[in-house]
Write a protein that binds this ligand. Sequence first.
Ligand code: AMP
Length: 293
Amino acid sequence: MLQITRPRTVHSIVELRDIVRDWRRAGDLVAITPTMGGLHEGHLSLVRAARRRARRVIATIFVNPTQFGKGEDFEAYPRDDVRDAEMLAGAGCDLIYAPSVLEMYPEGFGTTISVDGITDEMCGGHRPGHFDGVTTVVCKLLNQAQPDYALFGEKDWQQLVTIRQMVRDLDMPIRIASSPTVREADGLAMSSRNRYLSREQRVIAAKLNKALFASADHIAHGVPLERVLGACRKALLSAGFDSIDYLDARDAHTLSPVDRFADGNESRLFVAARLGKTRLIDNVPIERTGMTE
Ligand code: AMP
């Protein structure tokens, strides 16, 4: 009978390093997938992608207080260690690293890693300090585990390009890999925060991806950007979203605004919208999907 054993969980840097050292002695490659728990299939796809690259996979679970702003959902953020461990067991994770806040930020901690420029707008513009919290904690996790690979989801595209730049700028010897956004059957991007949605809000939430894909398609087929974005904003607000933090077409790598869509340039459409207390983000490529004009 096939038995899936739960991966071991460690809480300290010392234990983490001991295990990684043994793996390295055995010649194994190591990959890490940082998460905040509240796991879903999107996280598991990262673990599986990590597994394709490395023999050993670490999932970190740490709800990082420094990336939450005042009045955000740090306290309410879903925490379910047992369920998370069971899900990770089935996805091929070898080790869960779940440090405490004190392990990560001991008395006297005083360093912040900050990536300029690409963190100024979009989520960075609406969540001051958020990306400093992300880059600082990811830098620490990467230093603690010293993996060969680190995996991040394309759902958080701005986070992905920010981490790529940090690793490049700081000469960290780690390859950053990404995995496509995993979606629910109706296209809603999976997110730990989706569980905050009421049944009515959940129906409205599904309209975000539909509006985004349709808008990206219109842009790709030459409809003027401002017209598409205006119509998309209107459609989201009349569908029931309370407000839109941003809806922007950007270069996929530099995140600078784009208004011309030449072949060969990779652009994406990014959105963050609020539904009650929940903030949903999504992004899709702007590319020709085979429809004729
Ligand atoms: P979080 O636990 O929300 O901090 O996310 C941990 C990692 O999972 C990040 O790299 C996210 O981009 C990634 N992730 C979150 N949701 C999804 C999703 N629906 N599909 C793919 N990756 C995701």
